[in-house]
Design a protein around this ligand. Sequence first.
Ligand code: GUN
Ligand code: FE
Length: 462
Amino acid sequence: GSLVHATSLRHIQACPRALIGVSDDGVIDWVLDDVDSASIQDAMISKGWQIEDVDFIELGFGQWIMPGFVDTHTHAPQYPNMGIGGQYELLDWLKNVTFPTEAKFEDVEYAKKAYTSVVQRVLDCGTTTCCYYATLHLQATRVLADICHAKGQRAFIGKCNMDRHASETYQESSPAQSLADTETIISYIGSLEDPLVQPILTPRFAIACCDDLLAGLGTIASQHPDMAIQTHISENPSEIAFTGELFPDCDTYAHVYDKFGLLREKTILAHGVHLKDDELDLIKSRNAGISHCPTSNFHLSSGIANVADMLDRGIKVGLGTDVSGGYSPSILTAIQHASIASKVLAFQASSPPDSSPSSFSQKQLPLSALLYLATLGGADLCGLSSVIGTITPGKQFDAILVDVTKGGVEGIWVEQEVGEELGVQNKARLLEMLEKFLFCGDSRNVRTVWVKGRVVGGAQKP
Ligand code: GUN
Ligand code: FE
C-alpha cells in the first residue's frame, strides 16, 4: 500500500505502492517504493522472505502508512481538566485549575484509573512517542511508567520537581526530598526491562525550583549525560518577569537553566514564545530545542512562538499538545494550530519575507515542515532521530495506518476515481489526502497504531 513520510523540513516522500518489510523484533528490514500487485511475491523473495512466513497487510484505497506522531510536551495528570480554565493566563491557571487537579494524584488508585485512560487515549491519537510530565508524587509517577510499559508506548516520564511557589498542599517539602525521589524514579524506570520507557529530568520551571534544587538536578544531569531534560521556558510575560526577580544574576530565562547545567542536547524547552535573540543563540549553541505548543499558547493567551525564526537559526523544534494548557490530546490539532500561528505571524509582519527559498521566516509553514515537526523533528528533539520518525530500514516500526474513508472526512470528498484500486492512487492524490487528514482528520482516521512493530492502539486494531 501507500507510504508517506517527511524526510526533512522541505521534503515529503509519498510512495503510492510501497512494500515494507518489518521483522519480528519490530525493526524495519527493507522498504521498496514502487511494487505492483503482481510482483509482490517476487519482491519479497528478492529480500529473502517467503510469503508463507509473513503476516501480510494489504492497504486499500484512502489508506496509507506513516510514522507515528511524537508529542514532545504533555502533562498526563492534567487530562482530567482538559478544556477547562481558558479564561486564565498561565500563573492564575496553574494556581486555580492545574495544581488542585494534579494534587489528586497523591491517591495511587486514582492515578491508576486516570493514567490508564490517558495513555490509551494518547496512543489512539497516533502518538507513538510521548514526553510526559507526571506530578510531584513518586508513587503515581511509577504508575504512569508501569502503564506506558504495559501498553507498549515509547515514552519519556518525568516526576515533576517543584519545591516553591506552587501551593501549600502541592509542593515538595525540601530540595533534598525532591532530589532523592528523582533518583528513585530514575532507577525504577531504568529497572523496567524495556528501553521504550525512559526517565527524563523534569524541573517544572525556574519559578517552582529553588537554587539548591536546580543545582542538585544539574548534578544528577552531569551523572547521566545521556538523559533527556524537560522544562518550560518563556511562555508568558508575567512568568518571565517573576523569573527575572527570582534570578537577578541571570541575564535571561535561558541563562537560568544554563547556569545550573540543564541546557544541553536533549533538553526540551516547552513554549519559547518570548525568547530574545541572545537566548536563542544560547539554546542553539547548547544544541537544546523547543517544543512548540501552539494550541496551549493560543488557549492560555500566551502569544505566538516564532518557529520559522527558530528553524532558520537551525534550532531543533518539535510539537507538543501541552494538555491541559492545550485542550486537545491529538498532535493533529497541534499541526493545525502551528499552521495558523505561522500564518498569523506572516500576515502581521511589518516587512516582506526574505525572498530566499531556504528561509521560513514570515512565511506560512509548508506541509512538509508541519509533518516533519510532528514526526522526525520531534524525534530529533528527544535524541531518537536514528530510531524513529521515518519509515526507513534500520529504524523501529513506530507507525500509524491512516484511513480517510472512515470518520468525519468520509463521503464528503473521498471518491474513488477510475483506476484507483489498491495502490494506484497517484502521488498528487496521496498528498492531497495527507493534507486533508492533517487538517480535517481525527482519531477515527487512525486505524492502527504500532510501536516497535507491536499493535498498541487505533480505532480498529487488526
Ligand atoms: N509552566 C509551569 N507549569 C506549567 C504547566 O503545567 N503547563 C504550562 N503550560 N506551563 C507551565
Ligand atoms: Fe506544559
